[in-house]
Design a protein around this ligand. Structure first.
Ligand code: PLP
Length: 446
């Protein structure tokens, strides 16, 4: 099924890398995937091995914590006042928002008045970059990296259409950033540098404190997209030179539809949404009250679970990695294994397509993500893996497993048991395997 012109469609586990995809049920991808499913004995029925979903797609979104739901429910029901109202009924909601702001600030190590609530990570990224540029009209350059999330990269593409220059720093084979190159790219025309804290596909963590220091020394605004880092690794903004930082509630067990832009006191940004006086005039629009209250509680829980994330969850991720590497020939881990988010594992399985693996995982009730996106009927390997120079045959077959505090050893072992079965079955159908074996390639367990 990895044959040219025979492509596998998007599986159930969608992620926002595919926001601009044109793929749909009429696409050639989908037809051949149905063939692939049949060939692999998967009939598309509900998973037949477990009675529940094994969710390993937490970098796409997370389950809302029960404690978080309990906290927000009253604000979807009886406590519906507008936090801007003069009366006590609305005022009590305003107090609760103030409390949520403190809870977020406690997790980030900043002041509550530096927390600006938004609707999502994408809005935070857009506000940071475009809001900062608007205050510095004489500067026309943005420096970023090749591996940012589309929330930053497509914003930069839009800026280019408006006459800005965008300079993108490369990464090496392990997805690490060349910090020296960053220094060379900055010049007097640079208004803002935007570098993600941790990569959503590989989990690779960038040396943000060092980068922020370099940027700050040049008097330039520094923004970091920390959507994947917040809640997983400790941050202390008081001790850093970061000016602007984005986060999204749904990545840390709060609901979708709420995010934060941290704005260091004294950093000037123009509002992205003009309107009322909400968020001290920095973002108009009546607040997403239940979402904000939920995010506050989620931040409090993230502080409690930080150690678990970096010990138990990390150990589970390492267990999954070791088992897959031991049981699946011709696979490799993508990204710097020494410096990754504790929950993330990105593996490439040579000669087969990630989308096909996802389909079969889905049959077993396992949710993960692949690194490729279908555009106009053909699969494009992820821009992150391409920037890292991952070979084409491996980039196509990449799968991201991302765990959470709810992941268990039983789930990890279940996935590890299914993976070799799926990989072997798909390889039997792959013409690339036969060709590479003929050519003497195909060494086991890279
Ligand atoms: N930045 C990164 C690194 C992400 O992983 C994501 C979402 O996956 C975003 C930004 C966008 O966040 P949201 O979906 O909340 O807009």
């Amino acid at each position: 099924m990895a044959r040219k012109g025979k492509r596998i469609p998007h599986a159930a586990a969608q992620d926002d890398r595919r926001a601009d995809s044109t793929c749909g049920p009429d696409c050639a991808c989908w037809t051949s995937a149905r063939n692939a499913e049949q060939a692999c004995g998967a009939d598309g029925s509900a998973n037949d091995c477990v009675g529940k979903v094994v969710y390993m797609d937490n970098n796409a979104t997370t389950r809302v914590a029960d404690e978080v739901i309990a906290e927000m429910l009253p604000y979807l029901g009886e406590l519906y006042g507008n936090p801007s109202s003069m009366h006590t009924f609305g005022g009590q909601v305003g107090h609760k928002i103030a409390r949520a702001r403190e809870q977020v600030a406690d997790l980030l190590g900043c002041r509550p008045d530096e927390v600006l609530f938004t609707s999502c990570g994408t809005e935070s990224d857009n506000t940071a970059i475009k809001g900062a540029l608007a205050t510095l009209p004489e500067r026309r350059k943005v420096v970023t990296t090749r591996v940012e999330h589309p929330a930053v990269l497509t914003t930069c593409r839009d800026l280019e259409r408006h006459g800005y220059t965008v300079s993108e720093i490369a990464v090496d084979r392990l997805g690490r950033l060349d910090v020296d190159e960053l220094g060379f790219r900055i010049d007097d025309n640079t208004a803002i540098v935007s570098v993600m804290y941790a990569n959503n596909e590989t989990g690779v963590i960038f040396p943000i404190d060092r980068i922020a220091e370099i940027v700050k020394a040049r008097g330039i605004i520094f923004h970091t997209d920390a959507v994947q880092a917040v809640g997983k690794i400790p941050l202390n903004l008081n001790e850093s030179n970061i000016d602007l930082l984005s986060l999204a509630g749904h990545k840390l067990h709060a609901p979708k539809g709420v995010g934060v832009l941290y704005v260091r006191k004294g950093t000037r940004i123009a509002p992205f949404l003009h309107g009322g006086h909400q968020e001290s005039g920095r973002r108009g629009g009546t607040e997403n009250v239940p979402g904000i209250i939920a995010l506050g509680r989620a931040c409090e829980l993230a502080r409690q679970y930080m150690e678990d994330e970096n010990t138990r969850v990390k150990a589970l991720r390492d267990r999954l990695e070791a088992k897959i590497l031991a049981s699946c020939p011709d696979c490799m881990v993508n990204g710097d294994r020494e410096n990754r988010l504790p929950n993330t594992l990105n593996v490439s399985f040579e000669y087969i397509e990630g989308e096909a693996i996802l389909l079969l995982l889905n049959k077993y009730g396992i949710c993960a993500s692949s690194g490729s996106a279908c555009t106009s009927g053909s699969l494009e390997p992820s821009h992150v893996l391409r920037a890292m120079g991952v070979p084409f045959t491996a980039a196509h077959g990449s799968i991201r497993f991302s765990l959470s505090r709810y992941s268990t050893q039983e789930e990890v072992d279940y996935v590890a048991e299914k993976m070799p079965q799926i990989v072997n079955r798909l390889r039997e159908l792959s013409p690339f395997v036969a060709a590479s074996r003929k050519a003497g390639a195909g060494a086991a367990g890279k």
